[in-house]
Write a new protein. Structure first.
Length: 83
């Protein structure tokens, strides 16, 4: 099972096909991500990322829904751990 997190591409830092990479925003954090699997991705696009690799380009609506679900999971986990 793959747990991919949605993020938005803010910059393409390397555009050579094998080494294609960019900076992706995840909430308040920005991380360097390998973009070789999504050659169609452009700045402003949302991508699903797992282990530093963008696996798919997704639309903004799907990204928002995924983030909403992740936030629900985090809230439930926090409630579960509270005394």
């Amino acid at each position: 099972m793959c747990l991919a997190i949605p993020g938005q591409i803010v910059e393409i830092t390397e555009d050579e096909p094998v080494r294609r990479s960019g900076r992706v925003r995840f909430g308040g954090a920005i991380r360097e991500v390998h973009l070789g699997y999504v050659p169609e991705a452009r700045v402003g696009d949302y991508v699903n990322v797992h282990a530093g690799f963008a696996l798919a380009v997704i639309d903004a609506k799907e990204a928002r829904e995924s983030l909403r679900l992740w936030n629900q999971i985090a809230e439930k986990e926090s409630e579960r751990r509270s005394p």
